[in-house]
Write a protein of this length. Sequence first.
Length: 175
Amino acid sequence: MVSAREQGGGSAANMWQSIQSGALSWAEGVLNITSPTPPTQQEIAATAQQLIGHITILDVNRYTKLAGEYLSAKSNLANQGLEQQILGQSIFTPPWSTTAGNPAVPDRFRIRVLRDITVRGFTAINRQEWATYELAGPLGTAGDALTYANSLFTAADYNSRASINSILDYAIEQV
């Protein structure tokens, strides 16, 4: 959804096309693996329809609105720079957040980071990889949050042969 909003604008028609395209792609992949014979286009379309047949225009409008809120918060975070205190308008608060507006539970946040990394084995492999980390303690600056996320990345055993080349993208959301 967010990708569709970023690439083609936020219209409901664009979002609906992305939903349909994703459903067809998923259905084709699943049927190619699970069917004893190659699936027909009609079988693929029917399976995709089963997946998304319950989605209404109201749902698409809600998805479009959420994608816009996410992109706005992400843009605000990038525009404020790494050394400034993270502001509320730079944090995406999804409707499924369990800590937002709940006085009985302390606020919690997570950062999602896209990195360009190199993994060294028999050969060096460069790739881009998303990772998500829950942030401990109060929010400081975006630079502090990225430093914390990078320290968790390098401390993980499964990353012992990986190195971070650069951070390509990041966003913070309330859990």
